[in-house]
Design a protein around this ligand. Sequence first.
Ligand SMILES: [Zn+2]
Length: 87
Amino acid sequence: MVNKSKNRFDKFACACCGFFTISEIHDICDVCYWEEDIYQEEHIFDNGGSNKVCLADAKQNMINFGACEIEFINFVRVPTTDEQVTD
Ligand SMILES: [Zn+2]
């Protein structure tokens, strides 16, 4: 989080899906349901944090079925145009 830059809508990129959905630490991404967690983002194979799965698995899950965990597939949504803006 510390080294991340915000886009012009004042959002950080989600560590899991990469869309700009995050306003502050421990926000939950609406697009993939990953909870922002500094420890887990620095230790991508460690599942001991805010999220039950590690970041590496969460990213693979996002690719496989569109959410960081299978139980969240009904809670996520597609990214807005603003969330796809990187600058
Ligand atoms: Zn996300």
